[in-house]
Design a protein around this ligand. Structure first.
Ligand code: DX5
Ligand code: ZN
Length: 213
């Protein structure tokens, strides 16, 4: 299953309502919501109340929250209360991510575990039975609009070779050119910031992803 997940970071925030309405018209039902703390990554982005505001306006839209922050466990309950359908934390933020993955699931959301480009995919292996989503970063996290790192695709293959059957999401520089390669490697959710929201025709991007699926 291939699913387009546009990333809010690249949306026109001054016209966000319209951006999301257009997304819905284009058949997209999931939005990637990046949370950055200026410590785990060198940038600041969106907080919980912004997630709640979007969820209140668009309750059918699945909010896919990506926590690029230290101590993400402190914010999990709030994000779930504010409408997160899935929450991904970083392996690098924990000695043992099991408790936070369990608490996300127990609260009724899908849980995800991510690795930065410099972290080996093997770091995820002990937790594959305990996560619904693995998110592979294909850029150094922190900013949109960066160049896709093709060598990271091996991580997707390695996860499938390790018999991981859950969702694999890919985040960073994903676009119409590399999406077929990502599908072939075993990816499911294509997070697209720039390639979707800054496209001449986001409707066409959504259509191309549907064709691929
Ligand atoms: C980067 C974020 C991404 C970002 C991707 O740290 O996690 O979700 O929005 O943006 P693009 O698709 O422009 O690389
Ligand atoms: Zn992200």
């Amino acid at each position: 299953m291939i699913k387009l997940t546009p990333s809010l970071l690249a949306a026109d925030l001054m016209n966000l309502g319209r951006e999301i309405e257009n997304m819905r018209k284009n058949g997209v039902n999931q939005l990637h919501f990046d949370v950055m703390d200026a410590h785990f990554v060198p940038n600041l982005s969106f907080g919980p109340s912004f997630c709640r505001a979007i969820h209140r306006q668009f309750p059918d839209l699945k909010m896919d929250v990506h926590l690029m922050m230290d101590n993400p466990e402190k914010y999990v309950d709030t994000f779930i209360q504010y409408g997160a359908a899935s929450i991904t934390v970083h392996q690098e933020a924990f000695l043992d991510p099991r408790p936070v993955l369990q608490s996300i699931r127990a609260a009724g959301a899908q849980c995800g575990l991510s690795v930065k480009p410099h972290t080996k995919v093997e770091a995820l292996f002990p937790y594959l039975n305990e996560t619904d989503i693995v998110l592979i970063m294909t850029v150094e996290p922190g900013f949109g609009g960066q160049k896709f790192m093709p060598e990271q695709v091996e991580k997707i293959r390695a996860l499938r070779q390790a018999d991981y059957t859950g969702v694999i999401a890919v985040d960073g520089g994903v676009n119409l050119e590399n999406m077929a390669l990502l599908k072939e490697a075993g990816a499911n959710w294509l997070v697209m910031g720039t390639a979707y929201f800054r496209a001449e025709s986001p409707a066409l991007v959504a259509e191309k992803v549907r064709e691929l699926a």
